[in-house]
Design a protein around this ligand. Structure first.
Ligand SMILES: [Zn+2]
Length: 305
């Protein structure tokens, strides 16, 4: 109870600071609308044996694995962090998932692509997509946003330009189209919460990207400070599961071998996230696939604000 009171007090203190940082003088009022918020758009889910998710997990317990995208709202701007499974995922999967990997890496229907969910909610297609990395289950939905600019870490462009099939690659069926407007994200040597480099997307400290290299050469994470003052850290696939993060457990050995481009560097990224979680227990770490963490926050059209 005491801890709860302290948290309430802290968030009450933090709130005006966020509001002050967020509203530029003379900017139009957005009362009633969240200024900075995000929504989790779950495009599909799959029940997976816990032991296949992280080393030391149970062979009898199942965990819910989400295929999610994150809709980020900043004032009148919206963007996607990851694109989830898109409307063409069946064809992409048939083309680029080798049969032996399809025994372990699946998705299940129904798939509810981001574009369909946005249109149902009366929203416009987004014009900006930022990828935590370019693996199949994060990049599939790009093709549903033909007008969007897709931003990635500079190092991720190197794998995108040499696409390969399989779970550890960036799929030709998803990233090869000449029409995709790729853009490299510049990171600055400005430290942020223990990360040496960062990119403050709107210049007000509310949405900050940091490199989490290893899982792929250009994996990144996103910090978001929402209107309430609460802060979230979207960590992509650096770690699949909050429980594994708490234990410091790496992914299941075979999964690690197949999907983590650089296993040691991935572990360094996990250690950095763990250290951050130790220093800032108030920051909620949200792995891209962790069903229980995401369910506790709620799904689009609900906002985390
Ligand atoms: Zn991945």
């Amino acid at each position: 109870m005491f801890r709860m009171l302290v948290l309430l007090l802290l968030s009450a203190i933090a709130m005006p600071a966020i509001a002050d940082n967020g509203s530029a003088p003379g900017s139009p009022s957005t009362s009633g609308q969240p200024k900075v918020a995000f929504a989790i758009i779950r495009t599909a889910e799959l029940s997976v044996t816990e032991a296949l998710v992280y080393s030391g997990g149970s062979f009898t317990r199942k965990v819910s694995n989400n295929f999610s995208a994150f809709l980020v709202k900043h004032g009148t701007d919206t963007l996607l962090f990851d694109a989830g499974l898109g409307s063409k995922v069946a064809d992409q999967y048939r083309q680029d998932m080798p049969w032996w990997q399809s025994l372990f890496f699946k998705y299940e229907n129904p798939v509810d692509p981001v574009i369909d969910q946005l249109l149902r909610a009366g929203m416009e297609p987004v014009q900006t997509i930022i990828l935590s990395h370019s693996h199949w289950d994060h990049a599939s939905g790009i093709s549903d946003f033909p007008n969007a600019t897709v931003l990635v870490h500079p190092a991720e462009l190197s794998v995108i330009r040499r696409p390969t099939a399989g779970v550890g690659g960036s799929w030709p069926s998803q990233v090869s189209a000449q029409s995709i407007k790729w853009k490299s994200l510049a990171f600055e040597p400005v430290s942020y919460k223990g990360f040496a480099n960062s990119r403050d997307l709107y210049g007000d400290g509310t949405v900050v990207l940091v490199p989490l290299l290893g899982h792929t050469p250009g994996s990144i994470g996103m910090f978001i400070s929402v209107d309430s003052g609460a802060q979230y850290f979207l960590v992509g696939d650096a770690v699949w599961n909050a429980k594994a993060l708490k234990l410091g457990s790496p992914k299941f050995w075979a999964a690690r071998w197949l999907v983590d481009g650089d296993i040691e560097q991935t572990q360094d990224a996990v250690d950095q996230i763990r250290a951050l979680a130790g220093r800032h227990p108030d920051i909620v770490v949200v792995p891209a696939h962790d069903g229980p963490v995401q369910t506790s926050l709620g799904y689009f059209p609900a906002w985390v604000e």
